[in-house]
Design a protein around this ligand. Structure first.
Ligand code: MF3
Ligand code: CO
Ligand code: CO
Length: 326
């Protein structure tokens, strides 16, 4: 819930008494929360019409993992291309809604509707009881932010993480968007994070160890003195949202599973301006940086092909030509 007592327009100095009436110094009371994202009100869970096929957890909120081959059949891959294309399109359209004044709940409503229009179930909905159809992660929120009544503000950055369940498989993709005019520092964070994702993707090829993905990502982030979040990782994906393959976004030589044609997994680095450590909100979903500094993320679902990779969530995409910060 939003705090009912609002801060005054003119804030006290650090050592003055706090405006909230606690009697404590401002710097020991509300100052640490200044500029931080506050939780808003979460609206009731949305419903999905009966004709939309749902994943098994939709009814229960419980995710029971079952064995699933890491290498997919041509049939599964064909279906994943459709789920991936749907997710890519919904993400693009959701990104166009990002502007000052829109609430993350309104974005959720649009994502929910756009998934259903495409015959897809919005995978986050009731996944381990996640209450909404998209993750919306603002500013210092690393990932898994729950859409709520908070209005996006000019200068915010927001990640939208869209996953569609279509034809019995999932497609998972996310991107970070600027709300109105953002700082040069935030623009750089977003640019470097997207570059990290692509540099990770470009390592994908048969017989390359998965650790090469994290090596490429970490070295680019370090070059820009940015942090790589270690507690949340990329994952195998297919008929289940999250399967066994683990894609670390930092270099870990023991992550030495070799990539094989037909494998599908996500690459989704979370890059920080400060600490890479996280803290959890009381909702047990929202992960924020411990120091409140900002963080960005990009994600694609990729397929290992005989000669390299295919991006299943960016149909027709080739390696991008945007400027790199070398
Ligand atoms: N889409 C997220 C990922 O990239 C997972 C979200 S799980 C949810 O893995 F329950 F929060 F939706
Ligand atoms: Co993912
Ligand atoms: Co995702």
């Amino acid at each position: 819930m939003r705090t009912s007592v609002q801060p005054p327009k003119v804030l006290p100095s650090a050592n003055d008494v706090c405006w909230c009436g606690s009697g404590r110094k401002y710097k020991r009371c509300h100052k640490p929360l200044e500029g931080r994202v506050l939780p808003g009100i979460v609206s009731p869970m949305r419903t999905v019409p009966d004709h939309i096929a749902r994943p098994p957890y939709a009814a229960t909120g419980q995710v029971a993992r079952r064995p699933e081959s890491a290498v997919k059949t041509p049939d599964v891959i064909a279906r994943m291309r459709r789920a991936g294309a749907a997710a890519a399109e919904v993400l693009r359209l959701a990104g166009e809604l990002v502007k000052p004044g829109i609430t993350t709940d309104e974005i959720d409503e649009a994502v929910h509707r756009m998934c259903i229009e495409r015959g897809a179930y919005p995978s986050p909905l009731n996944y381990q009881r996640f209450p909404k159809s998209v993750c919306t992660s603002v500013n210092e929120v690393i990932c898994h932010g729950i859409p709520d009544s908070r209005e996006l503000q000019d200068g915010d950055i927001v990640n939208l993480d869209v996953t569609c369940y279509l034809d019995g498989v999932h497609g998972d993709t996310n991107a970070t968007f600027a709300v109105g005019t953002i700082s040069e520092e935030d623009r750089h964070l977003i640019a470097v994070t997207e570059e990290c994702m692509w540099l990770g993707i470009e390592t994908v090829k048969p017989d390359v160890p998965l650790s090469e993905i994290g090596r490429a990502i970490e070295s680019h982030a370090r070059k820009h003195r940015m942090g790589v979040v270690r507690s949340f990782i990329g994952h195998g994906i297919g008929e289940q949202f999250h399967t066994d393959i683990q894609v670390l976004h930092y270099y870990e030589p023991r992550n030495n599973t070799l990539m094989r044609p037909g494998m599908t997994f996500t690459i989704e680095p979370m890059i920080t301006l400060g600490s890479e450590k996280h803290r959890m909100w009381d909702d047990e979903w929202t992960a924020v940086t411990v120091d409140g500094k900002r963080t960005a993320q990009f994600e694609h679902t990729v397929l290992v092909t005989d000669s390299g990779y295919d991006v299943l969530t960016a149909p027709g995409a080739v390696s991008p030509t945007f400027p790199r910060h070398d």
